[in-house]
Design a protein around this ligand. Structure first.
Ligand code: FEO
Length: 397
């Protein structure tokens, strides 16, 4: 089913209500997603992006109901990742000579994916494609979030087609930002930023400033996932500027795993200590072996400090926490404080291992960490409480 954005602009994508994992199994999509593609009709007709390959047949058949395929003059491939380019092979089999506009890196990625000698037209920032009364202006957006990523701007209608930028994994038939639940919308938007765009925050800021400096009106931002930003579209741009700038709320997150509850008891007592020092701070606890990894990463993104705990196992830490650190190290969070804790029975290396991982991830350690032997006794509980209290006081100052 297609819907009309304007008389001459149609959304021709696919809403995927069933999607629960994205990027293989790496990213959870509790609320589904959509693959947004757009058809713009002027003197020339342009298709902007396609959909993920499992829906390619459905996409092309639905597109035919909108327009005879041979009347599509240009195809814009803003991004080669297969959730947006996946229907190109099916489409290009039927209209093989239609030009495909992409960046130089897009050419490499599309060729690398599909090994086809399509009629590629390489564009760079500032290049224009006239389609009649309107121009499409191309804006390269490297590392937002692939080297090939590109935005394009439609004059006269003042629409920014931003591809993954400003997107959210959110399935909705309502399609516009002002029509959906705002809590769900921003939860999915920040999760997307935290889990995918964090490492590229410097490029996010630079690109937004570059686009704002063009001083062009933006009436709609049409991303390639989720809803279209129609009401105050710049609100998501401003949120991105905040998220890209060493973002932190007044929150501490404790992430841990536990074998026989000792490290869990430590976590809960440390949390009490933090709150005793600062009753106004948000403290959240996650047993990472029982929690959604991407949701936990979103909470880490929102935190000014993260405390991680694990018992010592085979001179190391539990695999759930080790796996999470692999992601956290790659995401390169900035400006966050950290501390380690954990119980042990004999060798007791976990606190040192966790502290090293925090340093590798670019976090600033608040202290040397806290380790307690066996099941916490009265003295150990007091130590945990005081450890938390001192962290709470430190974060308050
Ligand atoms: Fe939505 Fe980078 O693909």
């Amino acid at each position: 089913m297609h819907f009309k954005i304007k008389e001459h602009i149609r959304w021709v994508g696919k809403i995927d209500w069933e999607l629960r994992h994205f990027h293989g199994q790496e990213y959870t999509t509790h609320r589904g997603s959509s693959y947004n593609a757009y058809l713009v009709k002027d003197e020339k007709t342009v298709l902007i992006d396609t959909v993920w390959s499992p829906f390619s047949h459905e996409f092309v058949e639905n597109l035919k109901k909108e327009i005879p395929l041979d009347r599509i003059d240009y195809i814009i491939a803003n991004h080669a990742e297969s959730d947006h380019s996946g229907a190109l092979p099916e489409l290009m089999r039927q209209i093989p000579d239609t030009p495909v506009y992409c960046t130089a890196n897009g050419l490499k990625s599309l060729t690398g994916h599909y090994h086809q000698d399509w009629n590629f037209q390489v564009v760079k920032t500032g290049d224009k494609l006239n389609i009649g009364a309107r121009d499409l202006i191309f804006i390269e957006a490297p590392m937002l979030h692939w080297p090939d990523s590109m935005f394009c701007y439609l004059t006269k209608d003042n629409i920014l087609f931003s591809n993954d930028g400003f997107g959210q994994h959110l399935a909705s038939e309502l399609m516009y930002n002002d029509l959906v639940d705002q809590g769900e919308l921003f939860q999915e938007a920040v999760k997307y930023y935290a889990n995918i765009l964090t490492p590229f925050s410097a490029q996010v800021t630079k690109k937004i400033k570059e686009v704002v400096a063009l001083n062009v009106p933006v009436d709609l931002i049409c991303p390639s996932h989720g809803v279209i930003w129609r009401q105050d579209p710049m609100q998501i741009v401003n949120r991105y500027l905040q998220w890209a700038d060493t973002y932190a709320e007044n929150q501490v997150t404790l992430i841990y795993d536990t074998m026989w509850e000792s490290t869990r008891k430590m976590a809960e007592t440390i949390a009490k200590g933090i709150l005793a020092a600062d009753g106004g701070i948000t403290v959240k606890l996650f047993n990472v072996s029982k929690s959604d990894k991407n949701d936990v990463i979103t909470e880490i993104f929102k935190s000014k400090a993260v405390l991680a705990g694990s018992p010592t196992v085979n001179k190391g830490i539990l695999s759930s926490l080790a796996g999470l650190f692999e992601e956290v190290i790659g995401l390169r969070f900035k400006g966050k404080k950290a501390a380690a804790f954990g119980s042990y029975g004999w060798s007791g290396e976990s606190v040192k291992v966790i502290s090293e991982k925090f340093e590798q991830a670019g976090f600033t350690l608040l202290n040397d960490g806290l380790r307690e032997k066996w099941n916490p006794d009265t003295q150990a509980v007091e130590n945990c409480f005081n450890f938390g209290k001192s962290i709470g006081e430190n974060l308050k100052s």
